[in-house]
Design a protein around this ligand. Sequence first.
Ligand code: LLP
Length: 411
Amino acid sequence: MNIEDQQFRMQGVSLNELAKTYGTPLYVYDGQKILEKVSLLQKAFSSVNLKIKYATKALSNINILKLMKKAGTGVDAVSIEEVHLCLHAGFDPHEIMYTPNSVSFDEIKSAVDLGVMINIDNIPMLEHFGTFFGNEVPLCIRLNPHILAGGNAKISVGHIDSKFGISILQLKHVLKVVQAYDLNVIGLHVHTGSDILDAEVFLKGAEILFDAAREFKELKFLDFGGGFKVAYKPHDISTDIMEVGEKVSAAFRKFCKEYGTELEIWFEPGKFLVSESGLLLVKVNVVKSTPASTFVGVDSGLNHLIRPMMYDAYHDVVNISKLEGPERVYTIVGYICETDTIAADRKLKEVQEGDILAIKNAGAYGFSMSSNYNSRLRPPEILILNGKAHIIRERETFSDILKNQVDIGII
Ligand code: LLP
């Protein structure tokens, strides 16, 4: 989305017109941008046998999933519901990686029944798996590499205190279980965290995976998870994907040679593929000056985009109603009745009631983490493809708030 061109258009479609037609708040995604990111990743890893498993949880609208499928990716699903969604969108079971955490063995059995690749992340489930399936169902094992990396404590998941994966220090125990049940382990997996900038972190993860992989004889793939950092503001640094591609591919090719098989290399990017494609368009309800700051209150909030409040995430904001004019400093806040700061101390073109603001990087973990908090309705989603806007989710209505509530009628 080239919002910097000051025309405030996405693939030629006017964002202000979209706000007029569909109302606000409104999520808008640039399909072209998503396809470009898929191609870029494919290019960065063109010298190895890359399989992209898009992290469904980042943005799970079925049209986005279909776009990924068309672009040639598979998917990573973290719940049985996401598995069903991916199947519904047209993915073949073998294209779906199921990476749950803290789920019941019943859910894992359901996933096996659906024919998807199972990624096991704890020893008790590995034992259940062995008892129930023996070597009949291939599986992947998620290891915790004990690398501390990622943009925020809440999204750093590869460290020693994290609930994810089986500690690399427990590899001997894992091997015993694998041997005892004759498990058919065809993949190993690590996911270190989100917003990881440094190529070295991926290389470190790779070395740990290679070391573990030497203990398994029948591997078909190594899965490096997701976590590439994207740019959140103009001139922000982001993971240099070509550098990661070059370095990790070289190490991977070397390992495959030693291992004696040309393995597949899997990545599960979420943010990298969809973050920058998305905008949340909101309308200014009020401009409120206090002795300390000037607040801009908008018709959305942490119920629609929780990242600023949850992870202190930075989202760039642009006043798309003003091409010209002076800039002033504002704190943009949502309408939720608790502290709900979307962006503090930002320079925007002078804001007036009714102006439309575009909140950037809203493609990943925006809509997918939204809620009905304060009994507010969730926004519609628009996908722009080939210069045309398509509504891919309707705005909720009041009946959605009542849906599933049971009025027992005696009060
Ligand atoms: N694979 C696994 C096993 C994951 O747990 C995740 C994300 C990904 C892949 C994709 O990571 P990505 O490429 O998007 O960084 N809601 C947070 C991010 C949580 C990520 C959780 N796991 C946020 O908005 O920053």
